[in-house]
Write a protein that binds this ligand. Sequence first.
Ligand SMILES: Nc1nc2c(ncn2[C@@H]2O[C@H](COP(=O)(O)OP(=O)(O)O)[C@@H](O)[C@H]2O)c(=O)[nH]1
Ligand SMILES: [Mg+2]
Length: 394
Amino acid sequence: MMILLALVILGVLIIIASVLSSLLSLYFEIKYWRGRRRAGELINGNYPWVTVIMPVRGLDQNIKGNIASVLDQDYPGRRNYIFVLDSDDDPAYGIIKDLIKGFNVDASVLINRGGRSKGEALAFALSHVDGEIVVFVDSDALVHRHWLRNLVSSLVKGSGAATTYRFYVPLRRLSLGSLLRASFNMIGITAMQNPVARFTWGGSTAIWKWILDKWRIRDYLPYYLSDDYVITHFVHREGLAIDFVPESLVLTLEDVSIKEAFTWSVRQLWYVRVYGFRGFLLYAASYTLYVVTLPIAIALSFINAWFIVPGLLPFIFGVVKDYIRISGIKALDRFYGINITRGYSTLLALISILNVYFSWLAIIKTMFTKSINWRGREFTVMDAIRLMKERPLE
Ligand SMILES: Nc1nc2c(ncn2[C@@H]2O[C@H](COP(=O)(O)OP(=O)(O)O)[C@@H](O)[C@H]2O)c(=O)[nH]1
Ligand SMILES: [Mg+2]
């Protein structure tokens, strides 16, 4: 009897914790979109010289559209582009060469022959930079015409780095896999909204060249599978702020199966596990809380049917939170309003319920994952740790 009572109390406490934490997330979401100041343009219009670096390996589903969007920028200052591949046999090589011809821009395609990772490619490109500001961008990012201008404006106004994040949108057909990945991915936006958790997302970040030089960031990049981790570390060391610029969110137009979405999610979590273990534990704990809430509420509903209500609340709050977030994004620019349809917004918000279980399974799988496959390259935990130990961050 005593044991049963203790279990009921524990169950009630877990449900309360889950309801409160989801309510708090909803509150922060509303507060974020209400309190945000729009990233404005520069007053005096003095835009520095920017070098945009895109590492490329293989063919992204929307590669032509993505690269064209990055080249087609409305940027008032001087800019040049560096594409960096590991081989001129890469199928993307010819595509990039062709695309460049169509735009009147200063762009070069470098080959980091024998390169073994994105980090090595970035380090190689950094030795060819002339601009005052460097902007990194991934080949799966579709951007709008003011993407570059927004990021640079943030730096000129005083931040050390300006970052943004990605939002997944289906390319040809909507599928459960694409929805789950898009929902999973939104946890990154939560991190960006919070200055403590914020990081320089490698898929689209602007940073002062002098910071890269001063801390010799180029020498560290080849030793880490996460450029985000290295650059975030040194911007903090410099004591400068990392600004989050939602107005420059990038869209990734891709279709994936559930299996691909799961493998992708595990790889993302794997980096967190390897390079930010405390964050990984926090993440695991909070998802475990949400995952056990409903089963506990169902068990307690045998005592009193009303228990099911607080058991469902966290999921309802989660759906509302995501809907508010997506609406906030849609309102940022016509680009988002057009590409993110109302039907997709609703489905994506609803899928957050399934995503609780999907994310949790991915977390569990990540705990036991020794190696990942990233664009056809195999990396093991041992490799990652050995490399990191060769060049620890100062
Ligand atoms: N040159 C080069 N680029 C790479 C390599 N691996 C990934 N990339 C590029 O790095 C960027 C990020 O890769 P992606 O697979 O999208 O990583 P994700 O953001 O974790 O999904 C993309 O622009 C890729 O084309 C590599 O080994 N060499
Ligand atoms: Mg990517």
